[in-house]
Ligand binder design. Structure first.
Ligand code: SF4
Length: 233
């Protein structure tokens, strides 16, 4: 499928996602966060809607996170944009040659990804960063549709156990026999007929402020993602 057509299909999917109202608890929470705001962003209008995926339609690397940050992507309207997790993610993507700049502060900051696409398990910020099982299940068709429109993906980088479990569940539901893979930082799985699944801790403050995920560990993951992508057909 030519890039142009893939892009317009991804754009159509993005519109569908932005209009999604399947999870009343999450929709109410995002709207409430956008109404109240925090002091440092008081003068900004929050996006406060579901956040679609972002990146290169021809991507070979798909990064799968958990959910938009309440004052990050829920404010800016672009995945991993405007918070600490995004600083970690786009800094690493820049260093590994997947992004034209390390900064991600707003939808019009000029950030472009090459050969990488960023998505989340759920597209609406959940209270305490904890979507329910029903909300994850409700959002799964969006991820499946996105994957279907990203046919060049050769490596999936799952950020955190929930992203890992959700991706594995989706592939099993599609009929793939994956055995019994387990989430572990740095683990990688080469399933027949599927992209390589690479695992990392999520760059949440809870992990980066406590040393669970260090800059060296993070850089090593992206160096490996780069190697896997470059070695892929
Ligand atoms: S989390 Fe996903 S399924 Fe639920 S309302 Fe948001 S976009 Fe829709």
């Amino acid at each position: 499928m030519p890039n142009l057509s893939r892009m317009s299909n991804l754009e159509l999917l993005a519109k569908e996602i932005i209009a999604c109202e399947r999870c009343p608890r999450l929709r109410a929470y995002c709207a409430e966060v956008g109404r109240i705001r925090v002091r440092r962003y008081r003068d900004q209008e929050y996006w406060a809607r579901p956040v679609p995926g972002f990146g290169d339609p021809a991507a070979r690397l798909l990064i799968l996170g958990l959910a938009p940050g309440a004052h990050g992507a829920n404010r800016t309207g672009r995945m991993f944009t405007g918070d600490d997790s995004g600083r970690w993610l786009y800094g690493a993507l820049f260093d590994a040659g997947f992004a034209n700049q390390p900064q991600a502060v707003s939808r019009d900051d000029g950030l472009q990804l090459t050969d990488a696409y960023v998505s989340n398990v759920v597209r609406c910020a959940p209270p305490d960063n904890k979507p329910t099982a029903a909300e994850i299940a409700a959002c799964l068709p969006h991820l499946e549709a996105e994957l279907g429109l990203l046919p060049n993906v050769r490596v999936v980088l799952a950020l955190g156990r929930i992203a890992f479990d959700t991706y594995v569940r989706l592939r099993r539901a599609q009929g793939h026999d994956l055995g019994r893979p387990a989430f572990r930082h740095g683990a990688e799985y080469h399933f027949p007929g599927l992209p390589v699944l690479l695992c990392s801790y999520h760059p949440s403050r809870q992990n980066t402020n406590t040393g669970v995920l260090t800059p060296v560990m993070w850089r090593t993951i992206f160096a490996r993602a780069r190697e896997l992508v470059d070695a892929s057909p």
